[in-house]
Ligand binder design. Structure first.
Ligand SMILES: Cc1cn([C@H]2C[C@H](O)[C@@H](COP(=O)(O)OP(=O)(O)O[C@H]3O[C@H](CO)[C@@H](O)[C@H](O)[C@H]3O)O2)c(=O)[nH]c1=O
Length: 352
């Protein structure tokens, strides 16, 4: 039975990955580590509560003692590092925590994995460290072209600089010590359990509540949208079949300008809620994000050709599923924004 350390398990992509893996594999053990910051909510893992294949541990990836004790106790086969400060706007006002969690946290995980997996001059069989990274490490594209795995790193924001730095440490551990690693670099994810500071859930929540919709700059910045379950599938495939030391880009050629996304959400909710108060008058163009990357576009040829991955969910289907989910989970929205549920669950897990 394979054992995984999943860091950032209570965040958006981490929690989706926990569901994906528990649904896919009968025999599996997941040790799920999360610091439970504002964006990590045990509310996201309510659906696996009581499932003995998953163990939750509250803690920080920077904590050497805790992480090494987990390696000793569980003898992990895989580490999948989702834990990160992920919001670009926050990194602009508060960069230090991004260095701490994203860079120092990653180095701590790498050191703990190396201490556990490298014994008597050789690496234990069947182990792998996966770093879940981002297309933002490549910088920004003009109107043409796509990010390839060979595109030089050129991050602009404090967030993407911290992720690029972490990626370089992962490769350094591979190149220097021979550590078995892969890096995945995805485009913008969307789907259930995404904290409502990110574009799609923020807009859904604001539209529903007739609040203004802040669109940065001219609204023509382009992001390449990926349904989160397709991303989870890619990570699993890379863990299973990725060639040692390789980077894999994950994206689905789903490029849309931000204003298109906002208008799609308005139209969908207008029709479904039959609410005339939901209209484009809610859009408010606001000051642009500092250093705002213009366009991201991923070339996923490598993962398609080597591992047979492809995105199953088109944007048209994914956005409807996503809106459905947020409409059906109003309580989740209230709980993650108020923090109530997190406190309740923290107490519950402490008493276990
Ligand atoms: C929150 C917000 C965002 N925006 C714009 C800024 C971006 O061009 C676009 C998407 O913004 P965000 O949802 O913050 O995502 P973005 O900055 O692209 O970064 C995301 O996607 C990255 C992958 O590309 C991840 O590595 C990041 O962790 C994730 O946060 O929408 C607005 O116009 N208004 C808003 O209120």
């Amino acid at each position: 039975m394979k054992r995984y350390l999943i860091t950032g398990c209570a965040g958006f992509i981490g929690s989706n990955f926990v569901y994906y893996m528990l649904n896919k594999y009968k025999e599996i053990q997941l040790v799920n580590l999360d610091k439970l910051t504002y964006a990590g909510n045990l509310e996201n893992l309510k659906g696996v509560e009581g499932d003995e294949r998953h163990i939750f541990v509250q803690g920080d990836i920077c904590d050497r003692e805790l992480v090494s004790s987990l390696f000793e106790k569980y003898d992990f086969d895989y580490v999948i590092n989702f834990a990160a400060e992920s919001h670009v706007d926050r990194s602009i006002t508060n960069p230090e925590i991004f260095v701490e969690t994203n860079v120092l946290g990653t180095v701590n995980l790498l050191q703990c994995a190396k201490n556990a997996w490298f014994k008597d001059g050789k690496w234990a069989e069947g182990k792998k460290y996966i770093q879940v990274s981002t297309d933002e490490v490549y910088g920004s594209l003009g109107e043409e072209g796509y990010f390839m795995e060979t595109t030089p790193l050129c991050p602009h924001s404090p967030y993407s600089s911290s992720k690029a730095s972490a990626d370089m440490f992962v490769m350094a551990f591979h190149d220097t010590y021979g550590m078995p690693v892969n890096i995945t670099r995805c485009s913008n994810n969307y789907g259930p359990y995404q904290f409502p500071e990110k574009l799609i859930p923020l807009m859904i929540n604001n539209v529903k509540n007739h609040k203004q919709l802040p669109v940065y700059g001219d609204g023509m910045n382009v992001r390449d949208w990926l349904y989160v379950e397709d991303h989870c599938k890619a990570i699993d495939m890379v863990a299973e079949g990725g060639r040692d030391g390789e980077v894999y880009n994950v994206g689905g050629h789903n490029e849309r300008p931000n204003i298109f996304i906002v208008k799609t959400i308005i139209n969908q909710l207008h029709d479904r809620l039959k609410d005339e108060g939901i209209n484009e008058g809610l859009i408010k163009y606001v000051a642009d994000r500092l250093g705002h990357d213009r366009r991201y576009g991923i070339d996923p040829t490598k993962i398609k050709e080597e591992l047979g991955w492809y995105p199953e969910t088109t944007f048209e289907v994914g956005i409807v599923k996503t809106i459905d989910w947020y409409l059906a989970n109003e309580e989740w929205m209230n709980n993650v924004t108020s923090g109530n549920y997190q406190k309740y669950y923290e107490e519950m897990y402490k008493n276990k």
